[in-house]
Design a protein around this ligand. Sequence first.
Ligand SMILES: Nc1ncnc2c1ncn2[C@@H]1O[C@H](COP(=O)(O)OP(=O)(O)OP(=O)(O)O)[C@@H](O)[C@H]1O
Ligand SMILES: [Mg+2]
Length: 258
Amino acid sequence: MPVILAVANQKGGVGKTTTTLNLGAALVEKGRKVLLVDLDPQGCLTLALGGRADEGGSRALFEQAERPVAVSEVGEGLALVAGGVELAEIESELGSGGQAQRQMWRQRLRRVGSKYDYVLLDCPPGLGALSLGGLQVCDGVLIPMQCDYLALRGVALILRVIELVRENQNPRVRVVGIVPTLYDRRTVHSDQVVAAAQERFGELVFNTHIRHSALIKKSPVAASSVLAYAPRSAAAQDYRDLAEEVIAHVEKGKSKRR
Ligand SMILES: Nc1ncnc2c1ncn2[C@@H]1O[C@H](COP(=O)(O)OP(=O)(O)OP(=O)(O)O)[C@@H](O)[C@H]1O
Ligand SMILES: [Mg+2]
């Protein structure tokens, strides 16, 4: 059975999609099979991998009537269930679903992901039914946190939401970790935010910081991860380090995190 990890944060533009894509590619480099699922009507993950975001492939996961979920191979060991605008149409239906419906989503996702070691869900910003749906069906959550003060404040909210989901809908959900992103070592502010996050959230904060990198912005133009686009870059190395930490936490249980 795959480990299903949601990459979630209600705050927009903090690096959810970038982390889904590049962590996925880094896990593949380490020999894992990875399925990426785009749960965002914006379809940015799908576009970043050169796919079409007008077909709403992941919508099929959530429909009452079962139909095949389109999975496209985007590299060796790496596959994608596309997202896109059609997801927006079903957002309100999803919000009214009950426990039986969530159970159905989880089973369907596990079936679609059964050939993979990891399923990474790229959740949209906000706290709508799609991002909550991701939290309700996953085993663990990665929270990208942009290294700025307001983003830090937003982390407390997503942690609280995860706690509520754990109490009410998905007892298995755990926080795998908070990933500092868009880290800029030239500014004192980035360090201050990471220090404040460590003080507040302790071991939940990953040791790896994803540095700000122009290559990360450029790699989607080539429909590729930064690991394929610039394999020897610092940005690629950051995501490799993050993958090591995720593996240690998820597979080896080394972490002392709560
Ligand atoms: N480490 C980084 N260095 C430079 N740019 C980055 C980095 N991480 C993300 N970005 C850029 O920041 C922007 C937002 O990133 P991304 O789309 O991953 O965030 P998001 O949280 O998924 O956004 P949304 O909430 O809209 O889904 C993108 O233009 C992306 O290329
Ligand atoms: Mg995104």
